[in-house]
Design a protein around this ligand. Structure first.
Ligand code: DC
Length: 226
């Protein structure tokens, strides 16, 4: 799917703790685009399911929760503006950052029907204008036609170090394995995505290189063998 006429989508995909969130927010701020954290949307669904006592590994139960969800996307004003998914009018924040919710988010994200539902919600974000959208499948499934795809990664040691420095207890190995092995749109770079290794680069260096590319010509290489 193409972004709305006149709107651009910058897809920033990669594994947990690869630097996506900080970089994506900063790119959105530089360009005046809306920022969208699609991981937070899976986390919001997982949190909602946990609140309802829904088994996050049961396809039928999670799909029923999706069907009853009165989906509300909301544009939050800020620097940058952000499009968020509300849960019955409420915006969970700290609640989404627990290890329990991180694991449950990875679990609900395995379910093919849930991914289709969520990808549709995420495409709808384009009505708010140009977007910087971070996730795992933006360049492969949500906006595969966008001209701007970036794949961020860092060494596993560096990713674990960053999580530790943030004081976050994460199940990185569990999520990495499940996110990359699932059948439905697994974690992988979109066709033609520019790969950025953030292990030894500063945030500023990565942001500058992305903003420079986006301000120039479309960077996605033509399909075909490298
Ligand atoms: O980026 P994050 O850690 O907040 O994402 C939480 C989980 O959501 C992650 O383990 C996998 C899933 N996810 C996904 O499958 N697709 C996305 N586009 C974003 C997140």
């Amino acid at each position: 799917m193409k972004p709305a006429p006149g709107g651009k989508v910058i897809a920033i995909d990669g594994p947990s703790a690869s630097g996506k969130s900080t970089v994506a927010r900063s790119v959105a701020r530089s360009l005046g685009y809306c920022y969208v954290d699609t991981g937070a949307m899976y986390r919001a669904l997982a949190w909602h399911c946990l609140q309802l006592g829904v088994d996050t590994r049961s396809e039928s139960a999670v799909m029923a929760a999706c069907r009853h969800w009165k989906t509300r996307l909301h544009r939050l004003e800020g620097d940058p503006d952000e499009v968020v998914l509300l849960v019955e009018g409420y915006r969970p924040t700290a609640e989404l950052r627990t290890a329990e919710v991180a694991k449950a988010a990875s679990d609900v994200a395995v379910v093919a029907g849930v991914r289709r539902w969520m990808q549709q919600v995420q495409r709808d974000c384009a009505r708010f204008g140009s977007l910087v959208m971070e996730g795992r499948d933006i360049g492969t499934a949500v906006f595969p036609e966008t001209d701007f795809k970036f794949w961020l990664d860092a060494s596993s040691e560096e990713r674990a170090r960053r999580r530790g420095a943030q004081g976050v207890v994460d199940n990185l190995a569990y999520r990495d394995h499940q996110d990359s092995q699932r059948k439905a749109t697994p974690l992988m770079p979109g066709l033609g995505a520019v790969r950025v290794d953030t292990t030894a680069q500063s945030i500023e260096q990565v942001v500058t290189s992305i903003v420079t590319r986006v301000s120039g010509e479309p960077q996605v290489k033509a399909a075909g063998p490298d």
